[in-house]
Ligand binder design. Structure first.
Ligand code: SF4
Length: 378
């Protein structure tokens, strides 16, 4: 088995506290000793996975990677470099909490080879930040950006959210304007999704989560496009906007349904047509990794039909859509013939556009109702 992929995802499952809307594999309250054992466990998994693959992108996600001390992140990256071939121009990203990012911390990471940083800002409005349980302030986010630039990070991204409790369209516009004034070359702008099992879900059930109306949410989604476009950032994926040359190379691998390694507690990997999800709880993952036991919690071998469906579903997230010739070269099947009735239905609904070379969602309707359209292919 080749187990070859050009992208590596590493999961750091720790956060200083759990946000009310979060359903990621993230935990607060772990002590330093456990975090040190987690780093050791993750390095073991990296050493076992690395053989023979040349990486173009490495992504530290979470959780909050910067919940670890900088030397721990450097140790993980250096373990990757010892066991994989890493391209000299590889994109090496990490997600970061603005409060963790002082200048010496960021300088250490930059010197070790990290070259892209994505701050979980969500909003610059302090009262909204409190409402969604974030610990940083708008000012801390601004400072983090200043420090990142001073440390030598040019490839900066911010995560922003819309549809937050009590958020108005003008609140959201102010946050966008702040981000654009700071001249950030990449923005990920997500609508809040209230997932079952989260504290926000329970609050909504009790009628205690004052979410904006759907029309206000739609207005925020439109403003994101208008304001980013006016500032020279192009939307290249439903939720992602970038200046030329700053689109996230790692996430493109997911959207093109290409293989990637996923290592760490709860991480998902996709290699040789097999999707594999690791043990989720950090303590169980640590015990298994350090004892040399199997780390996969579940594996799923995808059929050709499932792989084609997922390639369509993920590819439609990209504004450019799915290349019909690339699809045919990969699967030996023409997408426009395989899904002819579905495509005709979505085109008639104004959700999908069939160009001579691509299938893509329409803007703004198809992109706003993307999940509805994409679900038709799986
Ligand atoms: S910082 Fe991110 S991963 Fe951590 S709890 Fe909040 S939303 Fe979840």
């Amino acid at each position: 088995m080749s187990r070859s992929a050009s992208a590596l995802y590493l999961h750091i499952p720790f956060c200083s506290r759990k946000c009310g809307y979060c359903d990621f594999n993230a935990y607060s309250g772990y002590k330093d000793g456990t975090k040190a054992r987690y780093v050791e466990a993750l390095c073991r998994e990296i050493a076992a996975a690395g053989e023979g693959s040349a990486l173009q992108t490495i992504f530290f996600g979470g959780g909050t990677p910067t919940n670890l001390e900088a030397p721990a992140l450097v140790q993980i990256l250096s373990t990757v470099k010892s066991h994989f071939t890493v391209a000299s121009d590889a994109e090496i990203s990490l997600e970061a909490n603005p409060s963790d990012a002082d200048l010496p911390y960021l300088e250490t990471l930059r010197a070790a080879g990290f070259n892209r940083i994505s701050f979980g800002v969500q909003t610059f409005n302090d009262s909204l930040l409190k409402l969604i349980d974030r610990e940083h302030s708008g000012e801390a986010a601004r400072q983090a950006i200043v420090h990142a630039r001073a440390a030598g990070f040019e490839n900066l991204s911010l995560d922003l959210m819309f549809g937050l409790p009590r958020q108005t369209v003008s609140d959201f516009e102010r946050t966008l304007e702040t981000a654009l004034t700071l001249d950030i070359p990449h923005l990920s702008i997500y609508g809040l999704i209230v997932e079952e099992g989260t504290p926000f879900f329970a609050r909504r059930e009790r009628g205690k989560l004052p979410l904006p109306e759907e029309s206000a949410e739609a207005a925020m989604f439109s403003r994101a496009l208008e304001k980013t476009q006016a500032a020279g950032l192009a939307r290249y994926e439903i939720s992602n906007y970038a200046r030329p040359g700053f689109a996230c190379r790692h996430n493109r691998v997911y959207w093109r349904n290409e293989p990637y390694f996923g290592l760490g507690a709860g991480a998902t990997g996709y290699l040789d047509g097999v999707r594999r999800v690791n043990i989720r709880r950090p303590s169980a993952y640590i015990d298994a990794a350090l004892a040399g036991r199997e780390l996969a919690l579940e594996t799923e071998t995808l059929s050709a039909e499932e792989t084609m469906g997922e390639t369509m579903m993920l590819g439609l997230r990209l504004v450019e859509g799915v290349s019909l010739n690339d699809f045919a070269a990969r699967f030996g099947v023409r997408a426009e013939q395989h899904w002819a009735p579905t495509i005709a239905e979505l085109v008639a609904q104004g959700l999908l556009e069939h160009t001579p070379t691509h299938l893509r969602l329409t803007e703004p309707k198809g992109l706003f109702l993307a999940s509805e359209a994409m679900a038709k292919f799986i």
